[in-house]
Design a protein around this ligand. Structure first.
Ligand code: GAP
Length: 443
């Protein structure tokens, strides 16, 4: 069972153990940005790889793309983002701080300075970051950092159809950065200004949208489970028509029980033919799909499952965090699914000042790295401390090479101890058996 750690506990673990650091920290940070450290980037890549494998590689109806972040600004005009990708903003006349009008607890009280009646009228604030392309600096050079990865897939719909002639239904998938000038970034990596998304645009005949929506709904729940989120922490919210994005006719928010409340984790939207029709009208290029067999011509409709990488990673950490008593001591550990754990196993010589133990342990590590390269080495401090360090970063197995491995007890020659992270229990196994344990945990 997950143990609902506080956000402070996770922020401090993430910083201390090299998962996530505040962005540009030595300069005092930059609001809404975070940097992933060595363990964080591996955890993030493992989550992304699991997603890519599940939704692209293991399916015959999916096509991956990696589109440019900078796109022709006409694409964002057509998609409605230039005119409509905004949040309501209010400014306090006293402290000059700005807030999202729809997040205020009391619309008459400034959450910054506490004064009453100082918040001005709400105005719409467009969240797209602007920059300039090329050497000119006038309006004609304005481009946007993409606010969602979706756009890069809609503009490549025709390319993929022309290259691969897929049959409907089929989808495009992309993992990449998106940028939003959030008025109030908050809650660690939950709401940031530079984010990553894993998105699918799944193209269907208009009559098929409900079945596809339902299938994706199930697939999203299955992915939640696969990545390590317990069923009881993931909830669906049917988004009311007035709260849906401008392009959506139906949206379900997948919410997660974060330490700061139940909040949006992922979204599933029925975007109709809004995007392809809008890009077709604005670009003058036909984005109609022609069924080669029936000669039917149509603009496909779209089901869009959209996953935030950071929000997934945060939910994974929340779900994995545990505290218990082991050997009379309190310990904290991350019960990460081995598939996403940054380190799969740690190998250690019992004593680091015995060259024969060290040499054998190096040999064992090299053998296990043939199963998976992410096998750590730790010979620092006593063995109990090494175990605790690996527990805290979620390493499923610790393998120790001792004198019995060298043959001190002849029948135990070439065996090692394998310690299980979650139970703390140890077994004596051959090196091959230890490798099999790791392989089984990853399959
Ligand atoms: N293409 C659809 C789209 O972008 P969205 O609901 O605006 O829809 C999709 O975003 C997902 O991206 C969210 O469910 C969340 O996981 C993630 N996300 C959105 N804004 C974010 C932010 N400021 N910081 C972190 N993740 C964010």
């Amino acid at each position: 069972m997950a143990q609902n750690p506080s956000l402070d506990t996770l922020v401090s673990l993430a910083k201390r153990r090299g998962f996530i650091y505040p962005g540009s920290e030595i300069y005092g940070g930059l609001a809404g940005t975070y940097d992933y450290g060595p363990l964080g980037v591996t955890l993030k890549k493992n989550i992304e790889n699991l997603w890519w494998r599940t939704f692209v590689e293991e399916r015959d109806d999916m096509y991956g793309v990696d589109a440019a972040i900078l796109m022709n600004p006409k694409a964002w005009e057509a998609s409605g983002h230039v005119s409509g990708f905004s949040d309501p903003l209010v400014e306090c006349a006293n402290c000059k701080k700005r807030f999202r009008a729809d997040h205020l607890e009391d619309p008459n009280t400034c959450p910054g300075c506490g004064k009453q009646g100082t918040l001005g009228e709400a105005r719409q604030f467009n969240m797209m970051f602007k920059t300039q392309i090329g050497a000119t600096e006038d309006e004609s050079a304005t481009v946007y950092l993409r606010p969602e990865t979706a756009g890069g897939m809609f503009v490549n719909f025709k390319n993929v159809v022309d290259s691969f002639h897929p049959k409907l239904p089929f989808g495009l998938a992309q993992i990449g950065k998106a940028f939003r000038n959030e008025i109030a970034p908050r809650d660690f990596i939950f709401r940031v200004r530079e984010l990553e998304q894993m998105e699918v645009e799944y193209f269907v005949r208009p009559t098929e949208w409900e079945a596809a929506f339902e299938a994706w709904r199930q697939s999203m729940h299955e992915f939640a489970k696969a990545v390590g989120l317990p069923d009881e922490s993931v909830h669906e919210l049917e988004v009311a028509p007035e709260d849906r994005a401008h392009y959506s006719k139906r949206t379900i928010d997948f919410e997660f029980d974060y330490p700061f409340g139940r909040k949006e984790l992922w979204g599933l939207a029925y975007r109709t033919d809004f995007d392809l029709s809008a890009h077709q009208a604005a670009s003058g290029q036909s984005l109609a799909y022609m069924d080669e067999e029936t000669k039917e011509k149509l603009v496909p409709h779209v089901i869009e499952p959209s996953f935030g990488v950071g929000r997934t990673l945060l939910a994974v950490l929340v779900s994995a965090y545990r505290e218990d008593e082991l050997g009379g001591e309190t310990r904290s550990y991350l019960a990460l699914n081995p598939k996403v754990a940054p380190v799969k196993a740690m190998v250690s010589p019992l004593l680091k000042n015995k060259p024969e133990l060290v040499a054998k342990a190096r040999e064992v590590r090299a053998a296990l790295q043939k199963v998976h390269p992410a096998i750590a080495w730790d010979d620092n401090g006593n063995i109990g401390k090494r175990y605790r360090r690996q527990d805290e970063i979620g390493t499923p197995f610790c393998i120790t090479v001792d004198f019995d491995t060298l043959g001190e007890t002849p029948e135990q020659k070439d065996t090692v101890t394998l310690r299980n992270r979650d139970t703390g229990e140890q077994e004596r196994l051959t090196i091959e058996e230890a490798g099999k344990r790791i392989r089984d945990a990853l399959s």
